[in-house]
Write a protein of this length. Structure first.
Length: 273
């Protein structure tokens, strides 16, 4: 049996969808049973409630531990450690953790909670696989506004990947062999804002950052080239190349997650290309 935690979120739902076509028993662990995805049994599993996690993980041959969206780092670490302890106590066969690029060496800023969780899993003695995610393309694909694309990225590359590809990769790891004790650095194919603008036939304009905040920090990382790391881990686990952002917004969504109209008001015109 495979248990998926935080299964009511966007990623969890996609993983369950991908697993549903495979002959395997899947259980959704959710903090609110009313929000459980349809079609699979659900159990209550709240990262703030260790007892609920032990019950939710009971009997799992494999657990997909999807990282908490909590922004407060100490609380997020506590939540993840609750899950690791519960997995150990429930006798889970192996834990697949959705980590973040850089979490292997870095214990600062965005990577701190992921690093602490990886370390806790290693110390727990539980068999594990780390899926180190890049930023999700779904949130980064630029919009066409007033006939142009703007950005503060200096035209540098982004190695984002779509949730749908990361979900399929997670399903492959959960149902496949040879992944234990491994850490995958998942990166999507590099894309740039000017490249997307060119594909859509609209101009690109570099603009100053909107001001302090998470996006400004991320833009600085992009301008410094820190999102240009490339590995073939995602392609190898998927058994095919991951979807590129330019392809997805130029030719329309192939998966259910990306609402094309949200990301590109020129959808109608571009689709006819
Ligand atoms: N790499 C990236 O660019 C990126 C971007 C966004 C997020 N992330 C990380 O990836 C994770 C999955 O992404 P996503 O898109 O699926 O996020 P999402 O759609 O926001 O889903 C978050 C999930 O976490 C659940 N959750 C919140 N607090 C919980 C708790 N105390 N105990 C158990 N579950 C709890 C939510 O449950 P409810 O349905 O009850 O709210 C929901 O199922 C996020 O949680 C975040 O850690 C990564």
């Amino acid at each position: 049996m495979i248990v998926i935690s935080a299964a009511s979120g966007a990623l969890g739902r996609l993983v369950i969808e991908s697993l549903r076509t495979r002959t395997t028993e899947v259980v959704a662990a959710v903090r609110d049973l009313e929000r459980a995805p349809e079609g699979v049994p659900a159990r209550r599993g709240d990262y703030d409630d260790p007892a609920s996690l032990r019950e939710a993980f009971d009997g799992a041959a494999r657990l997909l531990l999807i990282s908490s969206p909590e922004l407060d780092t100490p609380r997020r670490i506590r939540q993840h450690l609750n899950a690791v302890t519960a997995a150990k106590e429930a006798g889970v066969g192996a834990v697949v953790f959705t980590s973040f690029l850089g979490a292997g060496d870095g214990a600062t800023g965005m990577t701190e909670a992921y690093h602490a969780t990886e370390q806790a899993l290693i110390s727990s003695g539980l068999p594990y696989t780390f899926l180190r995610h890049p930023f999700y393309s779904d949130a980064f694909v630029p919009r066409v506004v007033d006939g142009e694309i703007t950005g503060s990225t200096g035209g540098r590359g982004l190695n984002t990947a779509f949730r749908s590809d990361l979900a399929e990769a997670a399903a492959n790891v959960l149902t496949g062999e040879g992944h234990l004790g491994r850490a995958y650095d998942f990166t999507g194919p590099l894309w740039t804002h000017p490249e997307v603008a060119e594909a859509l036939g609209v101009p690109y304009r570099e603009v100053p950052d909107a001001g302090p905040g998470p996006m400004s920090w991320i833009n600085a990382q992009i301008r410094a080239g820190l999102l240009e790391q490339q590995t073939d881990d995602l392609e190898r686990v998927l058994g095919r190349p991951p979807v590129t952002s330019t392809w997805r917004i130029s030719y329309g969504p192939k998966g259910p997650l990306v609402d094309f109209s949200t990301y590109c008001p020129l959808a109608g015109r571009v689709r006819k290309m």
